[in-house]
Design a protein. Structure first.
Lengths: 573, 349
């Protein structure tokens, strides 16, 4: 992609743009490590990094990208592992972390409006001082941005009481792929300082017409357009979230010898106490936590930990109940100090990284009662790998089941071969009636199942209308053509070439068509002493190359993952 | 970083310069979900830049200055006596006197005239509380922290040892620092301290808070002063000294603290740490302006902090933004709020 740094500098401010190799490399990664081979199907880095500071300059940037056919990828702080913020076709990275103001808070409406680049930690510390907190925030709250989590969705701290983050989003403002600014749902702002109202009215009117034209447009459908779709349908610029009063917080923690006991206790605790947050850590997770050295009742055990956020009286009652349930399920209730330890650790789920040092995440949403079976099956499936398993419970009887596969990217062959294991967990989810936890880049194959086929169809229609050139976060969610690297291009060419050569050589003799064999061996042009067979093989090579160039990411994964699996069986990695 | 070291990208002057555009404010370490000490990582990367001969000129100057003059700004040991002007009579007998407490000023407070008040206030407080203290005066040398920021780890221990040997020879048990970075540096890099950990290293606020709780300081009612406390990065994130200054402010009648957002361990850096103020003063000042804006939206009329670098950074930002506010060290606030000794005695009797 050709980018004009000066022109982009004019739009977002010269200090807010960079094309330096190292800057582009840093912004082109998220929390996971990818094997080098992956860069044969997606581009290894962005061409330019931008940090817009306000909505009008972001709007101009979107217009510039559309005019010049350059892909745009919105990015929070890259704390997810599903590839939603990494480049698939290069282009412009729109880092939103410079748009981080708190714009509006009203304690009576229990709502707060922020710019999308603010981190959850900053937002929590602001609210904490006013006696409020958030119903749901991610476990990566220390660095994750509000926009990033809202755009990708998922469970977090608070989900056991309040469900996923989407339910807490009252309204959003977004810049659509054609540069129109829209506000969906209830975006609360101070009217006097709202300078975008005219543009928003125009954008909303346009979007309403577009949606009506395809028979959509209920508020519910509208909100779903931008939330949870990884910025493929627009860049989130403002979010209005609901807030809750910060009542008495009491963390608790219990340890169990088996996952079945833990799940039994967890199901009862959710039903009877409605805790704010409930998380489990499997034996393979706790055995890797250095801070648990010497703690026999915790290291290598199954830990159920969480917190109550309620009135003092309610909490007193519930704490007793939790202790009773734990005892009943053959568990051990840990003391306050340990409970606070696990509460503080909720924001540091990656402490196990040092056992890698690389992390490959694999996660699913599964019914809570199936967790013991899934746990067993996962352990069997990944018996040759180092894994650490944890999960967060939701309020609808499901739980996230997070498998951190610990590997070492420095050992490039085994890391590449082992990379396919994360996809096997998504297949396991299917078996047990679960879903992949997130879509992003890598789980695009499961989009239909993830969003529901009706909703996904609506999203696809709108993607085509709003972004016909597929420039806004391309390839994510909806799939799309890959950017073929040198190795994959050469592989395509050679495969095509040799397949044609082989067929031309063996085919005629198998069929007994000698005339064809003679024809293929003849030399049509005397100046170039090359038989027809070789010319045909060359054409075969070009066809192979074209197939690679036209291949979509999902097709590439469909071919590549079984291939890696077979390799891993052969090499016993 | 790894791929650049391995030669995938270019580790040139340009990249090295970027490594120095970091405050080393420990924010990334505190938010890292894997718990990696990223600040040490940046320091190691700076050392690599130094090995490859790409040290930015201002950082080279600081290294040279610490090596040949014992301070960060090419002055000399005699200049470390200048702050004592007007209080010579009080401090004369304190210099290198064997005592339980040593007050370590650090280069900035000793040598920069706008910070001399900080040292004078600290002396006033210790005199008031009748603390048995000593001053290293012209025998004090740089703590070594700027060496680490400029990628020279080897030199830090020598600088720390020079100071520590002197301190130990005076029979000191507690060292009080005006600059939190000195404590961090000695705790991490001094072999002497690691071998025999008998010295207590305290920030001024930790020490003053102790004096307050022991009842050694009495305050006079102040005329309704609203202040906002700015947590220096190292105090808050490394030394975890966030409550002590707030407790002190709470103790002074008539002085009220309002919190800035962000504060305590999520505090925002003033821009003056990690040599950024010398390598890129404009960027440093822009960061200080951001922090100053955090203060302007509070009703506070005064910013209180406990790090000389923060005071200097805010002074610059005040100039560039035209925003007029008072920035003080916690010792200055405490020093000017002390009730007169005779009054205290009268009340007691």
């Amino acid at each position: 992609v050709k980018v004009d740094e000066m022109r982009i500098g004019d739009i977002v401010g010269a200090d807010n743009v960079s094309v330096k190799h190292e800057t582009c490399m840093i912004y082109s990664k998220d929390v996971t490590s990818l094997p080098e081979l992956v860069y044969q199907i997606i581009s290894p880095k962005f061409d330019v990094i931008t940090q817009p500071v306000d909505v009008p300059s972001l709007q101009n940037l979107v217009w510039y990208a559309t005019d010049n056919n350059i892909p745009l990828v919105p990015r929070g702080n890259g704390t997810s592992g599903w590839g939603g913020a990494i480049p698939a076709r290069g282009g412009i990275c729109v880092d939103l972390s410079n748009m981080s103001k708190i714009l509006y808070f009203n304690e009576f409406e229990q709502a707060i409006t922020v710019e999308s680049g603010i981190t959850w930690r900053d937002l929590l510390s602001f609210l904490g001082r006013l006696g409020f907190t958030l119903p749901v925030y991610p476990s990566s709250a220390t660095a994750a941005t509000v926009g990033g989590f809202v755009a990708s969705g998922g469970l977090g701290i608070g989900s056991t009481r309040h469900g996923d983050i989407m339910k807490q989003v009252l309204g959003i403002e977004a810049v659509l792929p054609n540069g129109k600014i829209v506000r969906l749902g209830r975006v609360l702002l101070d009217e006097q300082s709202d300078t975008l109202q005219t543009k928003v009215d125009e954008g909303n009117e346009w979007l309403a017409e577009e949606l009506t034209a395809v028979g959509l447009g209920t508020p519910e459908q509208e909100k779903k357009l931008i939330t949870g779709t990884y910025g493929t349908l627009g860049i989130i610029t403002k979010v209005t979230l609901s807030t809750i009063p910060n009542l008495q917080l009491i963390p608790f923690a219990c340890s169990f010898d088996s996952i079945t006991d833990l799940v039994n206790a967890a199901a009862k605790i959710v039903e009877e106490c409605q805790p704010y947050y409930l998380r489990f850590l499997a034996d393979n997770y706790t055995s890797k936590l250095r801070a648990l050295d010497g703690k026999e009742s915790e290291k290598g055990k199954f830990i159920l930990t969480g917190a109550l956020l309620d009135t003092i009286y309610q909490n007193e009652e519930n704490i007793d109940r939790i202790q009773f349930i734990t005892k009943e399920a053959d568990g051990l209730a840990l003391d306050d100090d340990r409970a606070w330890f696990y509460w503080d650790e909720r924001l540091f789920p990656l402490r196990i990284k040092r056992h890698g040092p690389s992390l490959v995440p694999a996660e699913m949403l599964a019914p809570l009662d199936k967790i013991p079976e899934i746990h067993e099956e996962t352990k069997a499936e990944l018996r040759k790998s180092k894994v650490a398993i944890e999960g967060t419970l939701s309020n609808d009887g499901t739980t996230s089941f997070m498998v951190w596969i610990l590997d070492d990217e420095r050992k490039s062959v085994s890391f590449t071969i082992g990379w396919h294991r994360s996809f096997r967990i998504a297949a396991l989810a299917e078996k047990f009636g679960g879903l992949p936890y997130a879509v992003g880049l890598w789980n695009g194959r499961h989009s239909k199942k993830f969003y529901g086929s009706g909703a996904f169809e609506e999203l696809t229609i709108m993607k085509k209308r709003l972004d016909p050139e597929n420039l806004m976060n391309p390839v994510k969610v909806f799939g799309g053509r890959v950017s073929a690297g040198r190795v994959s291009s050469s592989l395509g060419f050679l495969t095509g070439f040799f397949v044609a050569l082989f067929l031309g050589w063996v085919g005629p003799s198998l069929l007994g068509w000698n005339w064809l064999a003679q024809l293929l061996n003849s030399i049509p042009v005397a100046v170039f002493p090359v038989p027809i067979l070789l010319w045909i093989s060359l054409v075969g090579g070009i066809v192979g190359l074209s197939v690679i160039r036209l291949m979509t990411l999902n097709q590439a994964l469909f071919i590549g993952i079984p291939f890696l699996r077979i390799l891993s069986k052969i090499l016993r990695k | 970083m790894k791929s650049i070291l391995e030669g995938e990208g270019e580790f040139g002057k340009d990249f090295a310069d970027k490594l120095f555009l970091c405050n080393l404010c420990e924010h990334c370490t505190s938010v890292c979900t894997t718990g990696i000490s990223l600040d040490r990582f940046w320091e190691v990367a700076r050392a690599e830049a130094r090995n490859r001969g790409f040290l930015p000129e201002p950082a080279r100057f600081v290294l040279e200055s610490v090596k040949s003059r014992g301070d960060i700004m090419w002055m000399g040991s005699a200049d470390r006596l200048l702050w004592m002007e007007d209080i010579e009579e009080i401090v004369r007998n304190r210099i290198l006197k064997p005592a339980k407490v040593a007050y370590f000023l650090g280069c900035n407070v000793s040598l920069k005239s706008q910070l001399h008040e900080v040292a004078k206030s600290m002396v006033k407080i210790m005199e008031y509380a009748e603390v048995d203290y000593t001053l290293l005066a012209d025998k004090e040398v740089c703590c070594g922290a700027p060496l680490g920021w400029a990628g020279n780890f080897e030199g830090i221990n020598d600088m720390a040892t020079k100071n520590l040997e002197l301190i130990k020879s005076l029979g000191v048990e507690t060292v009080v620092f005006s600059c939190p970075s000195c404590i961090q540096t000695w705790s991490e890099y001094s072999k002497l301290l690691k071998e025999e950990n008998s010295l207590e290293l305290l920030t001024t606020s930790q020490f003053i808070s102790r004096l307050v709780s022991e009842g050694n300081l009495k305050f006079e009612e102040q005329p309704m002063v609203t202040v906002t406390y700015h947590d220096p990065c190292i105090s808050a994130r490394v030394l975890k000294a966030t409550e002590e200054p707030r407790e002190i402010i709470e103790e002074i009648p008539g002085v009220y603290n309002v919190e800035m957002t962000p504060s305590k361990q999520s505090t925002r850096c003033c821009g003056g740490h990690g040599l950024l103020d010398t390598v890129d003063p404009v960027l440093s000042s822009r960061i200080a302006e951001m922090r100053l804006r955090d203060a302007t939206v509070t009703p506070a009329s005064r910013i209180i902090t406990e790090c000389p670098r923060c005071i200097l950074a805010f002074d610059l930002a005040k100039f560039t933004t035209g925003y007029d506010t008072t920035v003080q060290d916690i010792t200055q606030l405490v020093g000017e709020s002390l009730s007169s000794k005779s009054g205290g005695v009268d009340e007691g009797s």
